[in-house]
Design a protein around this ligand. Structure first.
Ligand code: PLP
Ligand code: LYS
Length: 444
């Protein structure tokens, strides 16, 4: 029998999760308590089937509205990357969006086809641009004038003609946390549209002639749960392209309204299906290009990260202590916290938690708090759970995106192990850090 918390959390769990009539939870057939025993805790577990299903779901949704050749779906590696994840994305026909020489190196190491890699970021260093050209990345997305000048100079020197997109700040408002907004007029990302800089940058690239301007890009924010910002963003990019076409005859081969599609979380807000996004973008494209029927429809590039990988991931923590306080809060201390998942502290992100084994104890409201020396180290401020004891295992769903990539060694706690599982196999993607790993960084 599922408890009410388990029931409401069921939609947040990986696709292969099962709970027996005695309340025993498995993912891809594995007993979670056995995985915790074998790999230790905290443990991040990714379910391969859920990742593959999400990739296929995106492809099917967009292929309902576009020819396969006119849409490219690019996984945003910043959500979580390992060589095995890069290989899985390649097998699924996904491209890869990277934002650093580090992510680029993992993609290269994994043998990811470099022509399907887009190199993003707002401050790419010179050595990273050289590396991108040397490895032959498909697209470099330029954010600002300095980057444009830097890459133009490198292109001249190396006698290469990189394919670039210009990132535009389209001045589109999004209904998401302030730190997750990226397309407004004051955004740190992109050439502003409003003051004419975006158009000036396009003219500059075309006049200089050293870079191949393949198209225009924007990304308005993340954890979006409506199609409106995507539609507005695509409209603005196409309007800008139309103006430039009339002035110069240049027309984009590609346009991208970025990634950012949300997921359902413990806050209970529903997210429309991805096919709604595909449909909305196709309709916007058709509407905006109706007056220019002779022009080829640009390839649409979409860059999901979280909506591909968040629900595939869960975290297992072990409870170390239960502490009722006279102030009325009962804490459950777990063996991880803000250093492996900064999202609640940084964005007020909502998670829920489930005991891994069914407990017949009465329910109580607790605060799930980590082991770090910060009062703000709360993974969940309030959740009702059966009374848990020291040693019990707790599972947090939807931790596959932006937890591990933002992890730190705060308090010099080693970072957790990470595994990928399917019904046949367990792959250890990252081994647990050791004290030796931590000590190796010090040179004196
Ligand atoms: C340029 C760009 N593309 C794609 C993404 C992926 O966003 P999400 O993981 O929310 O889909 C991001 C991150 O917000 C981004 O900055
Ligand atoms: N790190 C953020 C998302 C930022 C995505 C990159 N622009 C999160 O956890 O939600």
């Amino acid at each position: 029998m599922l408890t009410p918390t388990q029931l409401s959390a069921a939609r947040l769990l990986p696709d292969t999760t099962t709970v027996s009539q005695y309340g025993v939870m498995r993912i891809a057939g594995y007993l979670l308590s056995e995985l915790a025993q074998r790999y230790g805790t905290p443990l991040y577990i990714f379910d391969r089937a859920t990742i593959i299903n999400a990739c296929q779901h995106y492809q099917e949704a967009f292929r309902q509205y576009y020819h396969a050749s006119s849409v490219r779906i690019i996984y945003a590696a910043k959500a979580y990357l390992s060589p095995l994840i890069a290989r899985t994305m390649a097998e699924q026909g996904m491209g890869l969006d990277v934002v650093s020489g580090g992510e680029l190196s993992v993609a290269h190491h994994a043998g990811f086809p470099m022509e399907n890699v887009s190199f993003h970021g707002n401050n790419k260093r010179e050595d990273e641009l050289y590396l991108a050209l040397q490895l032959g990345v498909g697209r470099i997305v330029l954010d600002n004038w300095s980057e444009l000048e830097r890459l133009t100079r490198i292109a001249q020197e190396t006698k290469k003609t990189p394919h670039v997109l210009l990132r535009i700040a389209p001045d589109v408002e999004t209904d998401t946390h302030r730190y997750l907004q990226t397309g407004h007029a004051a955004s740190k990302f992109g050439f502003p549209l409003n003051n004419g800089e975006a158009k000036a940058a396009i003219h500059a690239v075309l006049q200089e002639g050293r870079l191949h301007l393949a198209g225009l890009h924007a990304h308005t924010g993340t954890m979006l749960r409506e199609t409106r910002p995507y539609e507005e963003c695509l409209e603005r990019l196409l309007d800008l392209a139309t103006e430039v076409y009339e002035e110069t005859g240049w027309w984009p081969e590609e346009v991208s309204p970025g990634g950012g599609w949300g997921i359902e979380t413990a806050d209970g807000v529903e997210v429309p299906g991805v096919y709604m996004l595909a449909q909305a973008l196709q309709q916007t494209m058709e509407r905006r290009l109706a007056d220019n029927a002779a022009l080829p429809v640009p390839t649409l590039i979409i860059e999901p990260g979280r909506s591909i990988i968040a629900r595939a991931g869960v975290t297992l923590y072990r409870v170390g202590a239960r502490k009722p306080t006279p102030g009325g809060i009962t804490y459950l201390f777990v063996d991880g916290g803000m250093a492996d998942n900064i999202r609640p502290a940084l964005y007020g992100a909502h998670y829920t938690a489930l005991p891994v084994e069914q407990l017949a104890t009465p329910g109580e409201e607790v605060c799930i708090s980590g082991r770090y020396c910060e009062s703000g180290d709360m993974l969940i401020e309030r959740v009702v759970l059966p009374q848990m004891r020291e040693g019990d295992l707790l599972l947090l769903p939807t931790t596959g995106a932006y937890c591990l990539p933002m992890a730190s060694n705060y308090n010099l706690v080693p970072r957790p192990a990470v595994i990928l599982i399917d019904e046949q196999q367990v792959w250890q993607m990252e081994r647990r850090e050791t004290y030796t790993d931590l000590l190796m960084r010090y040179t004196e």
